[in-house]
Design a binder for this molecule. Structure first.
Ligand code: FES
Ligand code: FES
Length: 156
């Protein structure tokens, strides 16, 4: 076992876990942040997408040791204080989710896209979101939601 200090959603947490522990399970089982989902466990579906210093990462394959040097980890619970992030609002307006299982990962991926490209083309959205799978096939609504969030950011 090893002790790590993690910066998650602007709070410091001390956890004692196996040295090779993966971030997804530390978030879910030690910090109770269950919005980050387990899908494939091999970085292929995007259900576990979180941000590390603003970059989207797959928590299911990310050793906690790699993000315990003060990196800023953001989960779906920390994306906004009150669910008022433009991506979250646009998601609701577009009624993007079906079962919802993949959607926190989708939202985190979309938020990362819009952070570095606030006005992506439809092709850029599809390309950036390509690794986030949805077994319910909500892909078109997700594209529309990202476009809606982009408009909100632009204030149009
Ligand atoms: S659970 Fe992490 S990418 Fe699928
Ligand atoms: S909404 Fe069901 S898996 Fe995406």
């Amino acid at each position: 076992m090893k002790s790590y200090t993690l910066n998650v959603n602007l709070n410091q947490f001390k956890v004692e876990v196996a040295e090779e522990a993966l971030l997804l399970w530390v978030l879910r089982e030690h910090l109770g942040l269950t919005g980050t989902k387990y899908g494939c466990g091999i970085a292929l579906c995007g259900a576990c997408t979180i941000h590390v210093d603003g970059q989207p990462m797959r928590a299911c394959t990310l050793p906690v040791a790699n993000v315990a040097q003060g990196q800023k980890i953001t989960t779906i619970e920390g994306l906004s204080q009150d669910g008022a992030h433009p991506v979250q609002e646009a998601w609701i307006e577009a009624q993007a989710p079906q079962c919802g299982y993949c959607q926190s990962g989708q939202i985190m991926q979309a938020a990362a896209l819009l952070k570095h490209n606030a006005a992506p083309s439809r092709e850029e959205i599809k390309s950036y979101m390509n690794g986030n799978l949805c077994r319910c096939g909500s892909y078109m609504r997700i594209v529309e939601a990202v476009e809606g969030a982009s408009k909100k950011i632009a204030g149009t």
